[in-house]
Ligand binder design. Structure first.
Ligand code: ATP
Ligand code: MG
Length: 234
């Protein structure tokens, strides 16, 4: 029990670190920018107001992150229900669009119907999707092009495949074996917990997760979830 408790605490602490790392970094940067704008001989008030709006968005994001972590550790919310993965993606879409807009990126979603239903813990699967999209948006770009990220849903009678495809530089050879290890990161302010926690979640759903080089460069991260037993739209 002691070990279980300690590892639950560690998981919670690393989850919080993961969720808060980005918004806090962004808030710091924006706050410094606002300070510079307002301490100029001719204060740039209207620009500063825009930056303050970003700070407020980031703080909201952080609040969302904390609620999310709390819900993962709140037994009542850990329930699985049969649902359509396309709905789960659409529910998260506003958050993903916000992330994409911040990266100056385009987010495209394609759904190949019909999809079988899947029995999932909605919040956890949304965490996986969020992580993959966030990584795709952060992937270093070739020629500093504006990133385009695609979410592709497809299915057969056995399950649903979700792929997140970017057009970045791809995964470097020396990193390939380590991506899913906790704390492996190539980012200056990364926690290296995004993919590790995603793998744990997908495997707890009897699913599989992986990646490959995307056609035409970039990376294609995917996860596959089994179809709900006895329930199918096909
Ligand atoms: N789409 C991608 N293209 C290229 N490399 C990627 C991509 N997604 C993940 N990686 C590599 O996998 C590493 C681990 O990703 P993970 O999400 O676990 O942590 P992180 O993104 O580094 O940190 P955090 O998620 O806390 O910001 C990244 O640092 C990066 O090197
Ligand atoms: Mg990440």
């Amino acid at each position: 029990m002691q070990i279980a408790r300690t590892s639950a605490l560690e998981e919670m602490a690393s989850g919080i670190a993961h969720e808060l790392n980005q918004p806090i970094g962004a808030i710091t940067t924006f706050a410094q920018a606002a300070q510079r704008m307002l301490t100029q001989p001719e204060p740039m008030v209207s620009n500063a107001i825009g930056v303050l709006q970003h700070i407020s968005d980031e703080a909201m994001n952080a609040g969302h992150g904390i609620r999310h972590i709390r819900s993962l550790f709140n037994g009542r919310d850990v329930t699985r229900a049969a649902c359509d993965l396309a709905d789960v993606v659409m529910e998260l879409r506003p958050v993903l669009d916000l992330l994409a807009a911040r990266a100056g990126a385009q987010l495209q979603v394609s759904v190949q119907t019909p999809l079988p239903r899947v029995t999932i813990d909605r919040l956890r699967i949304q965490h996986v999707l969020f992580t993959l999209v966030q990584n795709a948006l952060e992937a270093p770009q070739r020629d500093h092009e504006a990133p385009i990220v695609q979410i592709q849903l497809s299915g057969d009678r056995y399950g649903v495949l979700t792929a997140v495809v970017d057009r970045g530089m791809g995964v470097p050879p020396e990193a390939r074996d380590q991506l899913f290890r906790p704390f492996f990161t190539t980012k200056r302010h990364g926690t290296g917990l995004g993919l590790a926690s995603s793998r744990a979640i997908v495997e707890a759903h009897e699913g599989t997760i992986g990646f490959e080089d995307a056609a035409g460069g970039g990376a294609r991260f995917w996860f596959r979830l089994p179809a709900a037993e006895g329930v199918s739209t096909q």
